[in-house]
Design a protein around this ligand. Sequence first.
Ligand SMILES: *[C@@H]1O[C@H](CO)[C@@H](O)[C@H](O)[C@H]1NC(C)=O
Ligand SMILES: *[C@@H]1O[C@H](CO)[C@@H](O)[C@H](O)[C@H]1NC(C)=O
Length: 496
Amino acid sequence: MKFAQKALLAALSSAALVAGSEAPSDVLDLTESSFNSVVDPEPLMLVEFFAPWCGHCQALKPHYEEAATTLKDEGIKLAKVDCTVEEKVCSDQQVGGYPTLKVFRNGSPSDYAGTRKADGIISYMQKQALPAVSHVTSANLSDFKQKDKVVAVAFLSDGDSAERKVYTELADANRDDYMFGLVTDAEAAKAAGVTAPAVVLYRKFDEPEVKYDGEFNGEDIKAFLAAERVPLIDEVGPENFMTYFESGLPLAYYFTEPEAENLDTVLAGLKPLAKEHKGKMNFVWIDAVKFVNHAKGLNLRGESWPSFAIQDIQGSTKYPVDDLGKDPVQSIHDFTTQYLAGKLKPSIKSEPVPKEQDGPVHVLVADEFDLIFDEKKDVLVEFYAPWCGHCKKLAPTYDTLGEKYAAHKDKVMVAKMDATANDVPPSAGFQVQSFPTIKFKPAGSKAFVDFEGDRSLESFIDFISLNGKSGVKVSAEANDSGAAPVAEKAPSHEEL
Ligand SMILES: *[C@@H]1O[C@H](CO)[C@@H](O)[C@H](O)[C@H]1NC(C)=O
Ligand SMILES: *[C@@H]1O[C@H](CO)[C@@H](O)[C@H](O)[C@H]1NC(C)=O
């Protein structure tokens, strides 16, 4: 399906090129000589670092164009840099994968954290354009409260300069996540039913006003906002998934057909559970039919509904329940209690263990993952995805590398794992976020280091000989493919 879409997209864009009918673009093209002179004077702009061959970049293109056209009218410029041509700009900006998007304020960059869809880019940049704290008066407080799903408002009096500093810093650091208002007018505070200094979160769900009642410090206020910014149980989709993901809290999903007759009853039954664990765990429901791949990604079979899963976002582990029995609410309650008590083992997806290892490279699967901790061996392991272009390009070199060490299998292991069909277990101590990820562990050690060289045969052999402890030396003939050290970023969030 995905391949079909990509192929279609590629066909469409090349057809447009052949016909010479590309619409004029509002996206600026930056080069090494123009980069600083364009970017530095802009109070706010967005820059995409891309490579023409990168599939995710091609998918972003129409969205980026549309956003550029809309945002141009608001004085916000969008630009792009082709990293295959402007290598210096991209290495100065520490671009490690494609596409990379950065927000620049007078030349100073920060990571773009919105989606790769036109409306997401537009609203993200519009929020960036506002001052982090908006001044609010009694005349416009009621308008301001309606501006977003959640809006934070501080009520301070003129004497509260320490609180003002705390609040401004909090707002600057979290401007992507909330709208922050500040009221200094005593009448408005009175009308809102609070006494300065105070913080109130206004919401469009559950209880519409939640007052903060702790000490006035940034960390506690931030934790309060994070716990209260999401409904007890909301439907999750691409537009709000990031909120949950960034909270870092475990996420509990109720997978259901949206038309299920008992949906409202089950959600009502889950609310007390969600309330009990607020701030420790988030609860959502999700359209199981539309997001069946997400269910499979959480190691659910995806064959019947409803089902349930907990995703430990920080630990990158998952706890699926395919069959909830006759009483889903009770099953979820029991499972969640066990999970929070630390009594459950995470589910680890694995391909079957290969009957034979007949290729030049050892085919590693999750069920045999501990093989790579073998202290007698230098171990090199590549984590790849079948769709990843760089991985395909690397494959012949990597096979040759495996052949080189074939006579030394007792001392050097060259392995690969399909990280889309196998989970990297928590015992690994690392997570795989881009493809290919290549890790190396010398004999006598259990710690892995990243291989970040160019992916030529020579570089691999030099690297193993320099960092390895097995003492095996093989010679590399100059079969250098000259691949650049870049990785493709998976769109891990927005596809949900
Ligand atoms: C509210 O009104 C004040 C006074 O007119 C104005 O300065 C402020 O920018 C307004 N705030 C918002 C969020 O519109
Ligand atoms: C290098 O490449 C040549 C031609 O592609 C091939 O014949 C040769 O076996 C390769 N050498 C090594 C060491 O793999």
